[in-house]
Design a protein around this ligand. Structure first.
Ligand SMILES: NC(=O)c1ccc[n+]([C@@H]2O[C@H](COP(=O)([O-])OP(=O)(O)OC[C@H]3O[C@@H](n4cnc5c(N)ncnc54)[C@H](O)[C@@H]3O)[C@@H](O)[C@H]2O)c1
Length: 307
């Protein structure tokens, strides 16, 4: 399995296990240094800021540092069991691990896409008292319930009121953003503001979920952000975050930090990541399936392409 992060294994960051900020694998390091202050790792199928490497759904892929990053899979395991080790499984796991989950914690997970689904199951495995999932896509919410979460449909209920209700008025201690920069929020003023600013090219991302999390998170809580943000965001209630003493933990996933442990858990039957697959098709059906996935038709949550 080839992780989406390209890692050299030898730089200071790799040696510390901070693989997603490998200092050597981004061939466009200079551009990233300029924009972000420092480079991050090279990533497949991502932006030119992370090296402009082609994605992993091509017929052939060149794998830099092929003797370092790829995870060797023991015989006897199916592709479906181990495929997600390269990205979304460790991403959901890291999102939960960053929360330092305690047995009395309520963990709220925004977004019931594949990353949210793995964050939910990881939070349950890590012993959270209660896991709550927020989304508006019925089949995703039902998969979240199957994974042990209580669900909130943000089209039908007030997220803030329901979260307060479920936590005796206190708010969740731990909040996970598995949505990122393309959050939807039809009826909120802040999302109209983001839309307008995006249209004028004055803001790159729509951080509605981030604002909601900062507002509802219990003081001294943790905000964990696997959801991707790309550039500049506006009207973040940083005064609330600072005065409530919130901790922010985020990042691209340090995939290789988690893979040995997760592979072992899959082998032992503690986790079966294949539950997230709703469609399995040939490579030729790829373009059509991209549309189905984009439009969330046919209950589509995760597609596996078989060449
Ligand atoms: N950190 C990493 O290394 C890493 C790795 C993989 C993916 N990601 C990122 O994680 C995020 C989720 O990935 P995914 O594959 O699950 O995406 P996805 O698009 O399938 O899922 C996102 C979900 O968020 C829901 N959503 C939208 N607005 C919402 C709102 N206001 N409140 C609650 N839910 C809302 C959508 O309905 C959707 O189900 C993306 O930003 C992706 O880029 C990060």
């Amino acid at each position: 399995v080839v992780p989406f992060t390209i890692v050299c294994g030898e730089c200071d960051q790799c040696r510390r296990g901070n693989f997603s900020v490998c200092e050597r694998s981004n061939r466009n390091k200079d551009v990233a240094d300029k924009l972000f202050g420092h480079t991050t790792a090279g990533l497949y199928g991502y932006t030119h800021l992370t090296g402009g490497y082609a994605g992993g759904q091509a017929e052939y892929v060149r794998v830099p540092y092929a003797d370092v990053g790829p995870v060797v899979i023991p015989d006897g395991m199916t592709d479906e069991q181990v495929l997600f080790l390269g990205d979304i499984l460790p991403t959901g796991w890291q999102a939960a691990a960053q929360c330092d989950i305690q047995p009395t914690d309520t963990v709220a997970v925004w977004g019931a896409g594949p990353v949210g689904q793995f964050a939910i199951r990881s939070a349950v495995m890590m012993g959270a008292e209660q896991v709550i999932c927020i989304d508006n896509v019925p089949e995703r919410l039902s998969m979240a319930r199957a994974g042990g979460a209580i669900t909130i449909n943000f089209d039908e209920e007030s997220v803030l009121e329901r979260l307060k209700e479920l936590t005796r008025g206190k708010g969740p201690e731990k909040c996970i953003d598995s949505v990122g920069m393309e959050a939807h929020a039809a009826r909120s003023i802040d999302s109209m503001y983001d839309r307008a600013k995006q249209a004028l090219m004055l803001e790159s991302d729509r951080p509605h979920v981030l604002r909601e999390m900062i507002y509802v998170c219990r003081p001294a809580g943790i905000i964990s952000i696997p959801g991707v943000y790309g550039g500049l965001i506006d009207k973040i209630p940083f005064g609330a975050a600072m005065n409530k003493g919130l901790t922010f933990r985020m990042g691209q996933t340090h995939v290789n930090r988690w893979t040995d442990d997760l592979l072992k858990r899959i082998q032992e039957g503690q986790i079966d990541p294949s539950f997230v697959i709703t469609h399995s098709v040939s490579l030729e059906q790829g373009p059509e399936m991209y549309k189905t996935f984009r439009d969330k038709h046919d209950g589509c949550i995760k597609v596996v392409l078989k060449p």
